[in-house]
Ligand binder design. Structure first.
Ligand code: SAM
Length: 296
């Protein structure tokens, strides 16, 4: 089977011949620009023989090239029709493994790999990256294609409008480097928004276990009402933690949460009037450590 991945017309004809359609709900947009595909694969800088996860291989536009490079590819694809084509194209290659189904459910049981490549479906991109990072499934390097709006959140620095709990989460384990902006014309079907390539390098200066258990839930909750002063968000977080632990949400609980929040802020030298969007990673880490200690 020969497939021309560079031509929208030929891909359309192929899908029709195979009785397949493109499903919007799975964020299916094939990357038909060969220069962009090559640049993304080159950005992986993966040594031959390395283990790689490919998320959403589609009809295999990148998969074939990855296998040619000598990489062992574990490909996660949800669409049964695409999975059938992938098996026909690569099923006999010993370095190819297909994991059929929803990657959000299938990835946790799969063996770790050094690299990850994915032109990610828009509806799961941020959730998948966050889920894997939080559960410490980390890769030496990831090369991702995401919608530009998601990319901006991933590279955002403190104080900018795009800075969010997701920015903090990404920077807690990876250095996020923007690659090229990819215009709609590079995809079939053509999406309405631009995408962006990103390279995520695992940080060597931070041990992933440097974060206390409360770190990610705390960061999310501090950004939940981003216009609120941090002391108010922190008090709500601590109060809900106290309630979860079985203490009643009484006035006593409220007062205890306020005291604990003030103490944690004092210990980590953060002003209660600050907004989460102004704080960098180190500030969140020291606040989380203070909260964790006070909880004990
Ligand atoms: N890699 C191909 C390319 O670049 O041309 C296709 C990329 S397309 C944007 C996203 C792919 O992810 C599709 O093949 C789609 O079926 C698949 N996909 C969508 N949701 C998925 C999920 N939850 N689990 C696994 N694959 C998924």
């Amino acid at each position: 089977m020969e497939l021309n991945y560079n031509s929208a017309a030929e891909l359309r004809a192929f899908l029709e011949k195979e009785g397949l359609g493109m499903r919007k709900k799975y964020g299916q947009n094939f990357l038909i620009n060969p220069a962009v595909r090559r640049a993304l694969i080159d950005a992986l800088e993966a040594e031959p023989d390395a283990e790689l996860w490919e998320i959403g291989p589609g009809l295999g536009a990148m998969t074939g090239q990855l296998l040619e490079k000598g990489l062992s590819v574990r490909a996660f694809e949800i669409d049964p029709g695409f999975a059938r084509i992938l098996r026909e194209l690569f099923g006999l290659r010993p370095r190819f493994t297909l994991i059929e189904g929803d990657v959000m459910k299938t990835w946790p049981s799969q063996p770790a790999a050094s690299y990850l490549l994915g032109n990610l479906p828009y509806n799961i991109a941020a959730a998948l990256i966050a889920d894997m990072a939080e559960k410490k499934r980390l890769f030496r390097r990831m090369v991702l294609t995401v919608q530009r709006e998601v990319a901006l959140r991933m590279v955002a620095r403190p104080g900018s409008a795009d800075y969010s709990s997701f920015s903090v989460l990404c920077s807690s384990v990876y250095t996020v480097k923007p690659l090229m902006i990819i215009r709609g014309a590079s995809f079939y079907p053509r999406p309405n928004v631009d995408s962006q390539g990103l390279k995520l390098e695992l940080r060597k200066d931070i041990r992933p276990d440097a974060y206390p258990a409360v770190f990610y839930p705390l960061v999310r909750s501090l950004f939940a009402s981003r216009r609120k002063m941090i002391k108010n968000n922190l008090r709500s977080f601590i109060l809900s933690d106290i309630i979860k632990k079985g203490l009643v949400a009484s006035n006593a609980g409220q007062a205890a949460a306020e005291d604990m929040a003030d103490e944690a802020l004092a210990q980590s030298r953060i002003k209660g009037e600050e907004r989460a969007e102004k704080l960098g990673l180190e500030a969140f880490v020291s606040l989380a450590k203070a909260v964790e200690n006070l909880r004990k």
